[in-house]
Design a protein around this ligand. Structure first.
Ligand SMILES: Nc1nc2c(ncn2[C@@H]2O[C@H](COP(=O)(O)OP(=O)(O)O)[C@@H](O)[C@H]2O)c(=O)[nH]1
Ligand code: SF4
Ligand SMILES: [Mg+2]
Length: 443
């Protein structure tokens, strides 16, 4: 991806006074020495640009700038050069030492807001100084992140804030399904029509999947689960892929020959709306839950729960059946995601059919920042039904994540046995990624 042209990269520029820690933050974000860090004020003179892949956003251009308090004739020229970047940056990160946000930073915010550039306020050096002024900035609707470029604290939250600030259209999702089939491929879609299905129509993820297949010049055959076996016989050749509603996994996996790839709408949308890898790693953390642990069930909308609601009834029930003990479930709906995530041992997110990829990615990063594994409904259902391996086969990367986490778990299990100790606490390798679709819930 480093071959992406500069113009098609998201431009993220870091501004602030000299010695605020701009270069240190850029280096910490990039994970490498992009810019020279020094206590000598004015070390960064001309803007330094680094084209890189910043997960989960993709190709970005990080721009480090000279301090805006540079003095003298040369300093004035540098300031002018720095300010010219205003015209071409997509996100402005304004950095100040955590106790020193002042009028100069406010003036910068005003400048970027007038230019309709997204702004993030960073109070840096939190390891050294007590932060002040964060609430006042938040009250002005500015995203504020507390960081230490030295210890790395707050960097995940800064990444989450960057994802939230990404302008529409930048986080282009991958294809829904068409890239998993050869040209002219044949896909069978299994759509249960039960009492939870909306009257007279299909739900959005099903419609979007059909449309994606048509856009890919592929063939979609849509059946209910009861007609699946007879339809497979009549097709004349095995389909390239079978996609089912997660709630029909068990029957569909039994009816489809072992050699035919199977997955679910939820898993397709886990990839499309976010990061399938992260959700797989998160689902594996179900095996680490202990009695009484707190599990967050997060829904993106405040739909009216009907019947055996998936988030409130079915998933909690399946989870307890799988674990063999009770956990404490808290459900959050809509845009309020809990501020304090640290009390949870796992988050299970809904399919997010009504929200965008950006929000889901930001939530994943916030969970990761708090050390909380996150998965989603579809991946969690496959996990507790023992079908994760089969439904991940079409996704080699996510399949490998599953195998790696299982091997780690097995190694930990061996160590536990040897020590005869209690199970280890959560330590799932978390990589940024994300979501799925509504299962039995109409969007
Ligand atoms: N303690 C502490 N020092 C920092 C932090 N960020 C930067 N520094 C130090 O502050 C000085 C200036 O940092 P630099 O990144 O060059 O600042 P810039 O002028 O804004 O680019 C260097 O000595 C850094 O090591 C931080 O978060 N904590
Ligand atoms: S999957 Fe869709 S309908 Fe269900 S809670 Fe999430 S956003 Fe709402
Ligand atoms: Mg610098």
């Amino acid at each position: 991806m480093n071959t992406a042209p500069r113009g098609s990269r998201l431009h993220i520029a870091v501004f602030g006074q000299r010695n605020a820690g701009k270069s240190s933050l850029i280096n910490a974000l990039a994970g490498q020495q992009v810019s020279i860090v020094s206590p000598v004020a004015g070390t960064t003179t001309d803007p330094v640009e680094k084209a890189m892949e910043l997960q989960p956003i993709g190709p970005v251009l990080l721009i480090d700038t000279a301090g805006l308090d540079d003095s003298g004739e040369l300093g004035a020229l540098r300031v002018e050069k720095t300010l010219r970047i205003t015209e071409r940056c997509d996100i402005a990160v304004i950095v100040a030492p955590a106790d020193a946000w002042g009028a100069a930073e406010d003036a910068l915010v005003a400048r970027f807001q007038a230019a309709k550039v997204a702004v993030i306020a960073v109070l840096n050096q939190c390891d050294r100084v007590q932060p002040s002024g964060a609430e006042a900035l938040r009250a002005r609707k500015l995203p504020v992140v507390l960081t230490s470029a030295v210890s790395g604290a707050g960097l995940d939250l800064l990444r989450a804030a960057l994802v939230s600030a990404v302008p529409d259209g930048w986080l282009d999702p991958p294809a829904i399904v068409s890239d998993l089939l050869p040209p002219g491929g044949l896909c069978v879609l299994v759509v249960p029509i039960d009492k939870e299905a909306p009257k007279g129509r299909l739900i959005l993820p099903q419609v979007q999947t059909i449309r994606d297949l048509l856009d890919g010049d592929q063939t979609a055959v849509v059946v209910k689960e009861r007609e699946l076996a007879s339809t497979l016989k009549r097709l004349g050749r095995p389909p390239d892929l079978v996609v089912t509603d997660s709630q029909a996994f068990l029957k569909v996996c039994a009816d489809v020959p072992e050699g035919v790839p199977v997955t679910s709408f939820s898993i397709l949308f886990a990839r499309y709306k976010g990061d399938l890898d992260a959700f797989v790693a998160g689902a594996q953390a179900i095996d680490r839950l202990k009695p009484g642990d707190r599990v967050l069930i997060a829904e993106s909308c405040t739909h009216h729960p009907i019947g055996e609601d998936i988030g409130r009834v079915k998933i909690p029930r399946w989870l307890v059946q799988y674990l063999g003990f009770e956990v404490r479930i808290s459900t959050y709906s809509g845009h309020d995601f809990p501020a304090d995530l640290a009390e949870f041992s796992l988050a299970i997110h809904c399919g997010s059919c009504t929200t965008n990829r950006r929000e889901v990615l930001a939530r994943i990063l916030r969970c990761h920042a708090a050390g909380v594994p996150i998965t989603n409904y579809g991946v969690a259902i496959a996990k507790v039904q023992g079908l994760l391996e089969r439904v991940l086969r079409p996704f080699p990367g996510a399949h490998m994540t599953m195998q790696t986490t299982e091997a780690q778990r097995a190694a930990e299990g061996d160590a536990d046995l040897q020590r005869s100790a209690s199970p280890p606490s959560l330590s799932v390798p978390l990589r940024p990624s994300v979501v799925s679709n509504p299962i039995g819930v109409s969007p």
